[in-house]
Each structure stands twice: as structure tokens, then as C-alpha cells.
Design a protein around this ligand. Structure first.
Ligand SMILES: Cc1cc2nc3c(=O)[nH]c(=O)nc-3n(C[C@H](O)[C@H](O)[C@H](O)COP(=O)(O)OP(=O)(O)OC[C@H]3O[C@@H](n4cnc5c(N)ncnc54)[C@H](O)[C@@H]3O)c2cc1C
Length: 431
């Protein structure tokens, strides 16, 4: 049996579920498919190992979809301060006192109540499933992957594992970095594996919930702390946190082989001194890190969004924030297409989507690469240059705060000078 929709979204991760909600609210008949079925929220359960720093811009988008109250009702941790500093031990470090090269952003100085929220991915996804389910025009197909995708001049048809078929004018591939939709529609990628991997560790620590997220840059990669919620009455005086340890695959293999006690000792030794006292390691997982960009964002009746279109180095936590920007842009253009009575897969609108999103995603990828290369080495001139850069950022609070307001999604536009510089940046063809 074939059921007909306007749009099929494959992948109900954070980006796909946001798109389904937004399109459903515009009166589009949407089928939202995911091979997984998320577990119910349990306030006593340990946090999801995957957490994201959601920017103020993402919060506004999630508010507009009606998902933000659901996220807050489960749990989200606002952070009001963000600090970064260089931890490379080198004789030249002594030229500049450590405190001079630490840059700290504070919401109060940026005229904001907070800089962003740390939210478990499963909570954002669950809240968005709830908003999607509330839309009468959205149908969810969960617990099954797609097995085939066929496109004709009139429509696209997706086959599900249970043998059912769904057809629509447009298929949105929001099925993550290993997107099957992307492969099935013949869209290639450019991919570069970084020499570092990331290990994420869920921990409990002694103390109140922190309002700061920080990252110390070591030559082998950054080590970061993200605050989570209180550990509750079973663990009085303790809070949850998420640590991210970027290092070489060999070093991460050593860490993975350790038991909890050994890992705790290794973290305490390797992490910056300001790490609160850890009391418990709950879970850990490691992720390869790659920069990947789809060669095209659309092909015939298929368009890509979120990680299916691009993955970036997570060191500044921008991945899903970019995905939400894709979703907002695509949603807006499809609204125009419908208003014009156009085919939703019209290349006119999909081209506009790619023209708007590709340069923005590419710029963020380049910025992350710059950070990665600047901070992941101990060559003396580079070391000195980045410390001077951090010192300058510290000394120029006005310019720094303008840039920070944009980077954290508090402002929609970057300062004019930065906009001008970014537009002049040469962009390599391979990106
Ligand atoms: C270590 C680490 C830290 C990160 N930290 C941050 C951060 O702080 N801030 C931030 O913004 N980003 C962060 N990111 C990136 C962020 O996690 C991703 O950008 C985000 O999850 C992408 O969302 P998505 O919905 O596009 O894809 P995904 O989250 O990958 O969701 C894809 C969905 O598609 C489904 N699916 C896949 N294949 C099929 C199929 N064949 N059929 C049906 N369903 C399918 C999956 O079940 C899944 O639900 C981090 C990433 C890593 C690795």
C-alpha cells in the first residue's frame, strides 16, 4: 500500500523532528520516519551521554516551534559564562601570565540572561517528537529504517522495512552523518578525518550546578567541561556534568581500556585544575571527528539538512545549531514555494536553500579548522600568536562582545567588519 504525503522526512533526530513540526504547523502533510523509538523521559535516569550546547538562536527557533517549554519541563542547564584558554606548557608561556590569555564571556556583559543551554540530545529530540505528534498533518513512522528510494518526474517513493511505501513531492534526508538518503540519491561527500577523536564522559561532581562551560586547549586537543543538572536527593550536594576529552586515537584507546577508577585518576591528572572534584563516572563513549560536506544539498526530489549535509569539528559545539538554521531556512523557502503553488521539489527553491546555507555552513567549518590547527600544536610562533590573539581578545571587550553576541546566537547578524572580512575569505573548492 502506498500512502501519499507532501513531504517525507527521513530521520527524526533533532533536525528532522524540528522540520516536521515547523512544516506541520504550515499545513504541510508530512511523514516523519525514524528507525529508532526514543525511550520515555525518566527524571531519575542518568543523563544521556550525548549533550549539546544550544545557542540562543536555537532556543528562539525551538520556542517558535513550541518545543522549548517541553525541554525546560524535562531538564536543561543554562550557562551564563564561557571560558577558553591555552594549556600548552612552553617556555614562551611565561612571557604572558596565564590569566591574561584566558578569555571569559559573561552573559551579564553581553546584556543577556544566559549564553545558551546544555541539553541532552534525547530531551531535545523527545520534546520535538511531542510537538510533531501534536500536529494533525504529521504522521510518525518509528522503529523502522527505509529500504529503498525511487524518484520519478512526478514524485518520490520511499519503502519501509515493514513493506509499506510512502510517496511525496519531496524527501528530506535528515538521517545524520551516515545518511542513507544521501547515498541512495547519489549525492557524494567530501570528507576529512581529523587526527583527534572525542571521548565524552558523563560524571557526577561535588558541588552545586555550575553556570560556566569551559575548554582548555592542549596540543593534543581540547578538554572541556559542560555543566548539567543537580544529581538529586539520592546524591545530595552533587551535580551532573559532561566532560569532553579530545586526543589521539591511540590515547583514547588507552582511556577506553581503563576501569572507572583508573579513568577518574587519568581525568583528574589531565584536566585543568578548575575541574570540580569528581565522585562518579557514569558512562563514556568516543566519537571519530570528521569534517564532511555533501557535494550538493539536493538532487531531483531529495534535499539534505543537518548532519546529513554537513558535519563539523564539535570543538565549539555548533553542529546542531547549524542544523536548526538549515531547518529554519528550508521551512521558510518551502512555505514560499507552497504559496506560489510550485512543486515542492522545484529546483528554483532548493537552489536558493543551497545558496543560503552552503556558504554559512562552510564558513563555520573553516572557522573550526582554523581553531583546530591553531590550537593543536606547540610550534613556538603559533603558540605565541594564539596567546597574543587571546590576550588581544581579552583587551578588546567591546569588539569581543559584539562577535560573541553573534557567535552565541544572541544577534542574528555578525558585526559589519566581521561580515565584510568573512565575505572576502577565500573558500577552497573542496569544501
Ligand atoms: C562529541 C560530540 C559533541 C557534540 N556537541 C555538540 C554541541 O555541543 N552543540 C551542537 O550544536 N552540536 C554538537 N554536536 C553535533 C550534534 O550532535 C549533531 O550536529 C546533531 O546530532 C545532528 O542532528 P541531526 O538531527 O542532523 O542528525 P542525528 O542526530 O544523527 O539524527 C539522525 C536521525 O536519523 C535516524 N536515521 C538514520 N538513518 C536512518 C534510516 N536509514 N532510516 C530511518 N531513520 C534513520 C537516526 O535514528 C536519528 O534519529 C556534537 C557532536 C559530537 C560527536
Amino acid at each position: 500500500m502506498t500512502q501519499a504525503f507532501d513531504i517525507i522526512i527521513v530521520g527524526a533526530g533533532m533536525v528532522g523532528a524540528a522540520l516536521a513540526t515547523g512544516l506541520g504547523q504550515q499545513g504541510v502533510k508530512v511523514a516523519l520516519i525514524d528507525r529508532a523509538t526514543p525511550a520515555d523521559f525518566d527524571e531519575h535516569a542518568s543523563p544521556d551521554i550525548r549533550v549539546s550546547a544550544l545557542s540562543a538562536g536555537s532556543e528562539r527557533y525551538l520556542q517558535s516551534l513550541g518545543a522549548w517549554p517541553g525541554i525546560l519541563a524535562m531538564r536543561a542547564t543554562p550557562y551564563r559564562r564561557l571560558a577558553v584558554w591555552d594549556e600548552t606548557p612552553h617556555p614562551l608561556s611565561k612571557l604572558l601570565p596565564g590569566t591574561l590569555t584566558q578569555v571569559e564571556f559573561n552573559a551579564a556583559n553581553l546584556g543577556a540572561s544566559h549564553l545558551g543551554h546544555i541539553v541532552e540530545n534525547s530531551i531535545t529530540q523527545r520534546a520535538l517528537w511531542q510537538t510533531a505528534e501534536r500536529e494533525p498533518d504529521v504522521s510518525l513512522f518509528t522503529g523502522q529504517a527505509i529500504t529503498a528510494l525511487h524518484q520519478t518526474a512526478e514524485s518520490a517513493t520511499v519503502s519501509l522495512e515493514d513493506g509499506n511505501q510512502l510517496s511525496a513531492q519531496l524527501v528530506i534526508g535528515a538521517d545524520g552523518a551516515l545518511s542513507q538518503v544521501r547515498d541512495m540519491s547519489g549525492i557524494g561527500v567530501t570528507r576529512d578525518q581529523y587526527q583527534q577523536q572525542a571521548m565524552v564522559i558523563s560524571v557526577r561532581y561535588q558541588g552545586e550546578v555550575e553556570d560556566i562551560t569551559w575548554q582548555g586547549f592542549f596540543p593534543s586537543g581540547p578538554r572541556a567541561f559542560l555543566p548539567l543538572h543537580s544529581a538529586g536527593s539520592n546524591n545530595p550536594g552533587e551535580s551532573w556534568g559532561s566532560l569532553v576529552w579530545y586526543d589521539s586515537p591511540d590515547r583514547l584507546a588507552e582511556l577506553k581500556a581503563m576501569d572507572d577508577q583508573q579513568l577518574m585518576a587519568a581525568i583528574t591528572k589531565a584536566f585543568p585544575k578548575r575541574l570540580p572534584t569528581l565522585t562518579h563516572i557514569d558512562a563514556s563513549a568516543s566519537f571519530p571527528i570528521a569534517r564532511q560536506h555533501a557535494k550538493h544539498y539536493f538532487s531531483h526530489r531529495v534535499v539534505l539538512a543537518g548532519d546529513a549535509a554537513h558535519t563539523i569539528n564539535p570543538l565549539a559545539g555548533q553542529g546542531v545549531n547549524l542544523g536548526f538554521q538549515d531547518a529554519q531556512c528550508l521551512q521558510g523557502l518551502l512555505k514560499e514555494a507552497r504559496r506560489n503553488g510550485d512543486d515542492l521539489a522545484s529546483s528554483h527553491w532548493l537552489k536558493l536553500y543551497e545558496q543560503q546555507r552552503r556558504p554559512a555552513n562552510r564558513r563555520m567549518m573553516l572557522a573550526m579548522d582554523l581553531f583546530y590547527h591553531l590550537f593543536s600544536n606547540a610550534i613556538p610562533p603559533v603558540h605565541l600568536a594564539r596567546n597574543i590573539g587571546l590576550g588581544a581578545a581579552r583587551a578588546l571587550p567591546f569588539a569581543r562582545n559584539r562577535v560573541a553576541r553573534y557567535a552565541m546566537g544572541l544577534d542574528d547578524q555578525p558585526p559589519a567588519l566581521i561580515r565584510e572580512l568573512a565575505n572576502r575569505l577565500p573558500i577552497p573548492n573542496w569544501l
